[in-house]
Design a binder for this molecule. Structure first.
Ligand code: COA
Length: 135
């Protein structure tokens, strides 16, 4: 399955996956955002600060029935390549300390831990920060 850049309004399956995964759907893409998807299975949503050549991974999710097949790794790799092609150089994200699957995904994709935000989430859990320099 090939990742493609999302254009226009969010498809229904993506909104349902977003809501089912994170408890609430984020809403339509803002002008400073970009998203890539594997149709019907996965999406990754980014916030871009093009002047600073930076992008932040806001959310990545794979349909629970399609996890463990390499879709997130494929999607992340495609996002990184396309962001690099638009001139983005530095990537950032934050993730729950307890999210072992996501942390392993990022570490395996060459991201490095860059900090910790104590009590970051509403339930008091800490966030680990990750960063990656492209190119
Ligand atoms: C995290 C998530 C995106 C991974 O998607 P996926 O398609 O199953 O991941 P992949 O199959 O591409 O796996 C890539 C790597 O991720 C890690 N990984 C994935 N699932 C894992 C699990 N259950 N436990 C530990 N590591 C895991 C592994 O390092 C894996 O590499 P490996 O297969 O060589 O061991 C998926 O579990 C998900 O949607 N989780 C809920 C949303 C979320 O937490 N998003 C991140 C915060 S925004």
């Amino acid at each position: 399955m090939t990742p493609t850049r999302l254009r226009g309004t969010l498809p229904g399956w993506l909104r349902a996956l977003d809501e089912g995964t994170f408890g609430e759907a984020w809403g339509e893409l803002e002008p400073h955002e970009a998203a890539w998807m594997i149709e019907g299975a996965a999406f990754a949503r980014w916030s871009l600060v093009e002047a600073a050549k930076e992008a932040e991974l806001l959310r990545i999710a794979v349909d629970p029935e399609q996890r463990g097949r390499g879709l997130a790794r494929t999607l992340l790799r495609a996002c990184e390549a396309e962001l690099a092609a638009t001139g983005i150089r530095d990537l950032h994200l934050e993730v729950r300390v307890s999210n072992a699957a996501a942390r392993s995904l990022y570490a395996g994709a060459g991201w490095r831990e860059s900090g910790l935000r104590k009590n970051y989430y509403r339930d008091g859990e800490d966030a680990v920060l990750y960063a990656k320099r492209l190119g």
